[in-house]
Design a protein around this ligand. Structure first.
Ligand SMILES: [Mg+2]
Length: 174
């Protein structure tokens, strides 16, 4: 089913630090497009954990270029971008293509050399897959969500269950 292909992440992990970086290297990935809310920081929060700081340090040390791409508003995204020392694109309207194109410019990499990392199937995974990127779904950092996202989570849980039953994705690694 074509639809399933758009919904299926290449990796599914319990948190960012469980992402297999060797896998990414081997897949030829050079640039990482990373979601912010519930991926790097809890929803709506500006609390940066050691896991997040360490992981961002590690992937950059290993030679990956990183850009944050968030649907959230720009002021908070800018503050976090400054503190994390990573460029960011806010108000991204993922899964639409515009912000991904801008992100590829920042990363100076074509889509097949980019990985898209995030906690939401219908924005982060669908958005990355439709661009032809390597996609990584992470289990959300907190249960808190934007109101609309809460509704989408119900459909998301059902969809992930479907993908798991079909053997297209497994349990989150790590
Ligand atoms: Mg998110």
């Amino acid at each position: 089913m074509v639809l399933a292909r758009f919904l299926t992440p290449d990796q599914y992990v319990s948190s960012i630090d469980k992402i297999d970086l060797d896998d990414l290297k081997q897949a030829g990935v050079e640039g990482v497009i990373c979601d912010l809310d519930n991926t790097l920081v809890p929803f709506g929060s500006e609390t940066i954990s050691e896991v997040t700081t360490d992981w961002l340090g590690e992937i950059q040390e290993r030679g990956f270029r990183v850009v944050l791409v968030s649907n959230a508003l720009s002021k908070r995204v800018k503050r976090l971008s400054d503190r994390l020392g990573v460029p960011a694109i806010a108000g991204a309207t993922k899964p639409r293509a515009g912000a991904y194109r801008r992100a590829m410019k920042v990363l100076d990499a074509p889509p097949d050399r980019c990985a898209a990392v995030g906690d939401q199937l219908f924005t982060d995974v669908v958005g990355g897959n439709r661009m032809g990127m390597h996609t990584i779904l992470v289990v959300p950092l907190s249960q808190r969500d934007f109101f609309m996202t809460k509704l989408l989570r119900l459909i998301e849980r059902w969809t992930i269950g479907y993908l798991q039953r079909r053997g297209l994705t497994g349990r989150p690694e790590g």
